[in-house]
Design a protein around this ligand. Structure first.
Ligand code: UT7
Length: 324
């Protein structure tokens, strides 16, 4: 039985409100909050992707009661590591002293935490590894074009983590019940970010746009049509009904997307916790940060069933059902 035994999260100290943004660009609290629900986000000033990941990982380990040396696997989901090399996961491994773990990054944008959970679970279910640390961490503020008000107002920075343990069956019904995941590279252009150009002396490549670009309406349509499908599929795969689910912890991109998903699933909004109002969209970090705040605030009770779902660039999308 694969259980989440501990969670953690870290956010930058600096909160930037919509009103703060309206002082530096042509936008308003009214525009941002009415279209997205977002009112503020945390932006890294001194914080780093690695530093926030380490803080989140330490909290998750502490709650799990597991020593770092007992970790077999660390997967870090990020599109905004501090360095291209070494990987974020290896930096975390060194910082927490997880000397026996294999560590690697997984890049699936806003689905990254879900794909990390599913990847770790596959290793654990096959008996290869017993204990895993999964992280979703972003410093998206450095990926934004701060002259593009259509994208930069949506995103924030932060990190979340979870420790997964493969517990011997204790007779209870808990743990990871099912997961589904999908990709459609053919539609990748709607949410993109260029890389550094080939710049050796024998080539002459134009630099791509190194900041995030987005066709907001296409991403919106993609999200509201696919998320209800994968949630339903994951729930059915777990031999449950939507009414059996206590909490739907969705990627925190936009309140209107979450409300639309709730409506399509015919589930009350009370089952859809949100932190996007104060955090914005933190890509791979949004699901684990929200999960940690629910856990820390005692909002999840033993045996409650939770759907986790992520969706975003790639395009990628995935969902999992866990019993707490
Ligand atoms: O992890 C997945 C990440 N992506 C998403 O979740 C994005 C999903 N999409 C959305 O949430 C919405 O499409 C947005 C919130 C991004 C945009 O809302 P929209 O209703 O689709 O607005 P729009 O892009 O069609 O823009 C409408 C107007 C435009 O002005 P004109 O051309 O009508 O004069 C924009 O220039 O709003 C303008 N605009 C802004 N105005 C004030 C765009 N950004 C801003 C802004 N402040 N920040």
């Amino acid at each position: 039985m694969i259980k989440i035994c501990g969670t953690g999260s870290a956010l930058p100290a600096r909160t930037v409100t919509n009103d703060d943004l309206s002082k530096i660009m042509d936008t308003s609290d009214e525009w941002i909050s009415s279209r997205t629900g977002i009112r503020a986000r945390h932006l890294a000033v001194e914080e780093t992707t690695t530093g926030m990941s380490v803080a989140a990982a330490k909290q998750a380990l502490e709650e799990s009661g597991l020593q770092a040396e007992k970790l077999d696997l660390i997967i870090a989901a990020t599109l905004s590591p501090d360095h291209v090399l070494p990987t974020l996961a290896c930096e975390v491994q060194a910082a927490i002293g997880a000397t026996h773990a294999v560590a690697f990054d997984l890049h699936a944008a806003c689905s990254g935490f879900l794909f990390s959970l599913n990847t770790a679970a596959a290793y654990m279910q096959s008996g290869i590894y017993k204990n895993a640390l999964i992280i979703g961490a972003e410093t998206l503020s450095k990926m934004m074009d701060w002259n593009d008000r259509g994208t930069c107002v949506l995103f924030g920075d932060g990190a979340g983590a979870a420790v997964l343990c493969n517990l011997t069956d204790d007779g209870t019904d808990g743990g990871l019940k099912s997961f589904v995941q999908y990709s459609d590279g053919a539609r990748g252009g709607v949410l993109a970010c260029g890389n550094r150009p080939v710049n050796h002396p024998f080539a002459n490549h134009e630099a791509e746009n190194q900041y995030v670009t987005m066709d907001g309406q296409a991403v919106y349509k993609f999200a509201v049509s696919t998320v209800p499908k994968i949630v339903t599929e994951a729930v059915e795969k777990a031999h449950l009904t939507l009414d059996d689910i206590d909490h739907f912890v969705l990627h925190q991109a936009n309140q209107r997307i979450i409300e639309s998903v709730a409506k399509r699933l015919k589930q009350p909004m009370e089952k859809f916790p949100m932190n996007l109002q104060g955090c914005g969209n933190i890509s791979a970090a949004s699901v684990p940060i929200l999960l940690d705040s629910l856990n820390k605030n005692g909002m999840i009770k033993t045996n409650e069933r939770i759907v986790l779902a992520g969706f975003g660039a790639g395009l990628t999308w995935g969902a999992a059902v866990i019993q707490w």
